[in-house]
Design a protein around this ligand. Structure first.
Ligand SMILES: C[S@@+](CC[C@H](N)C(=O)[O-])C[C@H]1O[C@@H](n2cnc3c(N)ncnc32)[C@H](O)[C@@H]1O
Length: 349
């Protein structure tokens, strides 16, 4: 049996709350059913899978995954300065694969979430020192052969090789100040349940992430991206072009408060990340804004249509929906950066 059939472990990182979507995508694109470990070390938004190395490049096609590591192992770290000693000893104890010992150079990168008395630079230096001491390899920050990655979440440290240089966010040439993660946009599009022949509208599309993810994951769906800002629409067009999705999306400047006056037809799915989707916006009163925009969306929705939106104000959405003939069909809380917004599915009641 050749090496390409050897199983390699990968740690996939995604927004928690979208586990079902990641598993569906793994099954569809990689015919993969078994997950080795969910929530390793008790950390949500991560799963470990075992796949033949020859199939690993297909991981780059997963839109629900933010990034991934070829997984080596994990250990606990103290969140105080003592954690740096845990990192040194954890790396010394860890068995790196044979290929790493033969590498001509390496670098260490680190991503931290949670509160720590040490910085990511401290971690990189300490882990790098451990690898130099153990394997005698050369550090090269520019022309490295291996990128050793430490993913520290609270008191858990996951270690692996960074393999997802081209992960889902790669096309963002224009970043909206309140940008949605492509993985979350993909999840919302999946939750919307689009079918060929349907029409999708994002009436507040910003940098265009939702329409682009819809274009990449569907065929024969008519996709509209509106926004009140010409500047954001120009950015959205750049992003769509970078992803080869320009032909699939009709971008237009429309004020959502006038949606029903601008649209002469009904849409099957509205999928959107309005102001207060994942971040508060100082000059917007969310209740007042939703009180105008939700009824407008309701007016342009087909009788069996659905609105899928993300919001950090689900209470306001529920309250306004019940007054305008919309009911909540589904609601789930996800993690997006430091926020825990809800994805809500509304349908005509
Ligand atoms: C949270 S952002 C959307 C970000 C987008 N999902 C992305 O990832 O780039 C909300 C968007 O709503 C737009 N917006 C605010 N008020 C609007 C209105 N009255 N009509 C249409 N768009 C509006 C803003 O210009 C902004 O781009």
């Amino acid at each position: 049996m050749g090496d390409k059939y050897l199983l390699t472990k990968f740690l996939l990182v995604f927004p928690y709350g979208l586990e079902d979507i990641v598993k569906c995508e793994l099954e569809e694109k990689m015919h993969f059913k078994g997950v080795v470990e969910e929530n390793p070390q008790g950390v949500p938004g991560r799963i470990i899978i075992d796949i033949p190395e020859s199939e690993s490049s297909r991981l780059l096609s997963l839109r629900s995954v933010d990034w991934f590591l070829e997984y080596i192992g994990a250990f606990k770290v103290d969140t105080s300065l003592r954690g740096l000693e845990d990192i040194y000893s954890g790396i010394i104890r860890m068995e790196f694969p044979n290929g790493f010992r033969e590498a001509s150079s390496f670098r260490v990168s680190c991503r931290r979430s949670g509160k720590h008395e040490f910085t990511s630079m401290d971690v990189q230096r300490k882990a790098g020192q451990a690898l130099v001491d153990k394997y005698g390899l050369k550090v090269d920050l520019e022309n490295f052969q291996a990128n050793v990655f430490l993913d520290i979440v609270g008191d858990s440290c996951f270690v692996g090789f960074f393999r997802s240089e081209y992960a889902s966010g790669r096309y963002i040439v224009f970043t909206h100040p309140a940008a949605l993660r492509p993985s979350v946009a993909y999840g919302m599009v999946r939750i919307a349940g689009l079918k060929p022949g349907m029409t999708l509208l994002d009436p507040m599309c910003g940098g265009g992430i939702i329409p682009i993810e819809a274009a990449l994951s569907t065929s024969n769906v008519t996709i509209y991206g509106f926004d009140v800002s010409e500047y954001f629409l120009e950015g959205a067009a750049l992003n769509a072009e970078a992803m080869g999705a320009s032909e699939r999306i009709i971008f237009k400047r429309v004020d959502c408060k006038r949606l029903s006056k601008e649209l002469t037809f009904k849409v099957d799915r509205i999928v959107t990340d309005p102001p207060y989707g994942t971040k508060p916006i100082a000059r917007v009163n969310p209740r007042a804004f939703y009180s105008i925009c939700l009824p407008e969306m309701r007016k342009v929705l087909s009788d069996d249509g659905r609105i899928v939106l993300i919001t950090i104000k689900p209470g306001y959405v529920g309250e306004i929906s019940s007054k305008i003939g919309l009911s909540i069909e589904h609601e789930r809380i996800i993690r997006h950066g430091d926020a825990s917004p809800s994805i809500m599915v509304l349908k005509p009641s």
